[in-house]
Structure formats: C-alpha cells, structure tokens
Ligand binder design. Structure first.
Ligand SMILES: NC(=O)c1ccc[n+]([C@@H]2O[C@H](COP(=O)([O-])OP(=O)(O)OC[C@H]3O[C@@H](n4cnc5c(N)ncnc54)[C@H](O)[C@@H]3O)[C@@H](O)[C@H]2O)c1
Ligand SMILES: O=C(O)C(=O)C[C@@H](O)[C@H](O)[C@H](O)COP(=O)(O)O
Ligand SMILES: [Zn+2]
Length: 354
C-alpha cells in the first residue's frame, strides 16, 4: 500500500474520516475495524462484487455476514431493490449494532445508505466507493435515496457514514465512460467555488484521462475537501449545500425523462451545468465566455455538453417541477456569475435555455 491521504467531515459527534489511497481494500485490519458489532451486511453490484467483494468478506471473517449483489446501474436504485435489502437484513437477523457496507458506485452507496438509515430506524453505515464519482461526491455527505419514475432521489434520508474508505486501485477497472462521468462532478467543485482548481483541471485534463495516479489522488482529495467543508457547514441543505446541485435540476430532469437508461448521472450533470452557465449568460449574470470555457473543459473530458436529441424542452420543464429545492411552487436554480462563483436564484418563468 502507498501513502494515503485523510480528510474529515466535521459534524461533532458524527464526524468521520475519509481515507484515500491505493490498496486500502488490502488492509484487512482496517476493514475489520470498521465493523464493531457482530453483524455486517455488504451491498454491491455485479460488476464490482466479482472484483472486490472477496477482500471485504475475508477481512470480515468471524462476523455474521450478509451480502446482496444487485444488477448494475441507475435503473436498480428503486424502492423494489430497497425492499429486497430490508428483507435480506431481516434474514441476516441484523441487530441495532449492525454495520451496512456499500461496496460500489453511487447507486449502491445511495441505496445502502438509505437502507442503513431505515433498518431499525438507523444503523451504522460505511462507504467503500469504487467509482470516481462515488469517491469525489456520493460517498461523502450522507445524502441517501432511491429514485421514483417521477423523479430522482425523491425518497431518501440524510444519514452520514461512519467512515469513507476510497481505494483508488479500484479505479483501474473502471470503464472510461464512468471515469468521465466522475470527472463531471470534479469539474463541478471548480465551477461552483474554486477557480484555481478549475484552472488546475484545465492544465491536468490529459493526466486525469490517462489515470495518472498522482493527478487522480489530487483531484479526489480537493473534491472531498470541498464536499466535506460544505456538508460540515450545511448538512441538510438549508443554504450553501444547494450549490452542490449546480447542473442537477436540468440533469435530473434529463435522467428521469430518459427513464434512467440514457445519460449517466455525471453526463446529465455535465449537460445541466452548461445549461445553467448558458442561462446565466442569457440573464446577464455571467460572461458567455465562461460558459464556453466550462463546455470546453467538459468536452475534453469526453462528456456531452448539449441536450440529447429527442428530448422536449416542455417535458424537461415539467420534470423540473419536482426538484427538491423548489419552494411554494417556485424553482430554485443554481446559476453562476462565472467560473467559481455559483449562486442560488429563485425563478418563476420557464427556464430551459435554447
Ligand atoms: N449521495 C450523493 O451525494 C450523490 C452524489 C452524486 C451522485 N449520486 C448518485 O450516484 C449515482 C451515480 O453513481 P456512479 O456514477 O458511481 O454510478 P454506478 O454506481 O452505477 O456505477 C457506475 C458503473 O460502474 C460500475 N463499477 C463501479 N465500480 C467499478 C469498478 N471499480 N470497476 C468496474 N466497474 C465498476 C458499476 O457496476 C456501474 O455499472 C446516481 O444515482 C446519483 O444520483 C449521489
Ligand atoms: O451532496 C449534495 O448535496 C449534492 O447535491 C451532490 C450531487 O452531486 C448529488 O447528485 C446529489 O445526490 C443530488 O441530490 P438531490 O438532493 O438533488 O437529489
Ligand atoms: Zn450529482
């Protein structure tokens, strides 16, 4: 194992570490220490489990262990799968000191987290993220959820993990398209709050696409530092945390309208961020050249920056009405004044830029 980095999410008694490094899943002692009680339950998917589940199971030998391996993909983040996890926890006889472990990407993480929040009204939860997106975003911060056909993440809870352990060696097997999807959320941190990081990404784009370990570790650590800071200041999204939704009101509408089988989450967020930047320019809030700069960086990361053909603007506008940031029938969008300067704007008109 090489040197690893450690950050903290500061939430008082619920504070927890984020550990980032190559080979962390090979440290059986560290994995075992994540499970203080008798019962452990691991949720994973069919792409991840054959590669990494055995390491976790070996480390937890001696515990009463349950596992559930789901088909992969966003279409599995459902109430039906949530019910299957509940049934599996019952079959295990999991007690209140059980630990639920998410081994996989954001789909597994969001679903396992919601299960942990719900089983016996809340048990311990650990995140072992294996996608770039999960390492930089979904494993940190305690948003857990499943999707409904009507909208993304509509049923869920805030439930913080007790620890996040990101073994960057798992990224070696991640498909290129999924790496790019994760880079969309990395770009988001630069876009909303950190112009220097945005410029660093412009300089290091090729190294990141080539999976240079040092560049990836730096991007993950900076992203986690931003997320940890925002979550510590605004855990339940009363204000600043809404900025993490940059691109998401549009992106979630795209994912929902496509039945969760079209663009990946990160891809939809990439399109949505460009839409938000273009709308900001159209409203006179930001230079159009900054929207162009954002689109150029995302395109270098092989991400889509235009609405997919065949999606109607009216249908997307209708989907946006169920956005969780809406209040009293008025949408709140995350727009920007330019790179690094995101803001929340309440709007009442139809807002699909065209
Ligand atoms: N809770 C949050 O704060 C938060 C933040 C961002 C996104 N999300 C959610 O996360 C989800 C997207 O997460 P994702 O992009 O990780 O998708 P995902 O979980 O579907 O994983 C992407 C794909 O990569 C595969 N995979 C995972 N790790 C692998 C590995 N190491 N090697 C090979 N294949 C691997 C998976 O099986 C899957 O096919 C969405 O549901 C989104 O809403 C949540
Ligand atoms: O952590 C947050 O807060 C985010 O908004 C991070 C987003 O990248 C993530 O996709 C999140 O799940 C979106 O949350 P939602 O509340 O809009 O469903
Ligand atoms: Zn997201």
């Amino acid at each position: 194992m090489t040197a690893h980095r450690q950050l903290h999410v500061a939430l008082g008694a619920r504070s927890y570490p984020i550990t980032i490094g190559r080979g962390l899943l090979d440290d059986a002692g560290a994995l075992a220490a994540l499970v203080p009680g008798r019962h452990a339950f691991v949720l994973s998917d069919r792409n991840v489990a054959p590669r990494y589940l055995a390491k976790v199971e070996a480390a937890l030998a001696g515990r009463t262990l349950g596992t559930l391996v789901l088909p992969a993909g966003e279409q599995e983040k459902t109430l039906v799968r949530f019910g299957e996890v509940m049934t599996a926890l019952a079959a295990l006889g999991a007690s209140r000191d059980a630990t639920v472990i998410a081994l996989g990407g954001g789909v597994v993480g969001d679903l396992a987290g919601f299960a942990a929040a719900s089983w016996m009204r809340g048990v311990r939860f650990v995140q072992l993220p294996t996608t770039l997106l999960a390492m930089v975003d979904s494993a940190v911060g305690g948003k857990t959820a499943v999707d409904l056909p009507q909208g993304k993440n509509l049923v869920g809870a805030f439930h913080q993990p007790a620890a996040v352990l990101a073994d960057t060696a798992t990224l070696d097997s991640l498909p290129d398209r999924e790496l790019s999807a994760g880079l969309a959320e990395v770009v988001k941190y630069g876009a909303i709050a950190d112009p220097a990081f945005f410029a660093w990404l412009e300089v290091n784009a090729e190294a990141l696409l080539a999976r240079d370990p040092a560049a990836l570790a730096e991007a993950i650590a900076i992203s986690c530092a931003h997320k940890a800071g925002i979550v510590a200041r605004d855990e339940t999204e009363q204000g600043e945390r809404m900025l993490l939704n940059f691109g998401h009101t549009f992106g979630h509408a795209i994912e929902t309208e496509q039945g969760y089988g079209g663009l990946l989450h990160g891809e939809a967020v990439a399109v949505g961020m460009v839409m938000a930047a273009r709308l900001s320019a159209a409203r006179g809030m930001a230079p159009a050249t900054d929207a162009d700069r954002l689109a150029a960086l995302l395109a270098r990361f092989r991400l889509p920056v235009e609405l997919p053909a065949g999606l109607s603007r009216e249908a997307l506008a209708a989907r946006m009405q169920l956005d969780k940031k809406a209040v009293s029938g008025r949408l709140r969008l995350i727009l920007w004044h330019g790179v690094g300067r995101a803001v929340t704007v309440t709007v009442s008109e139809t807002v699909i830029p065209g």
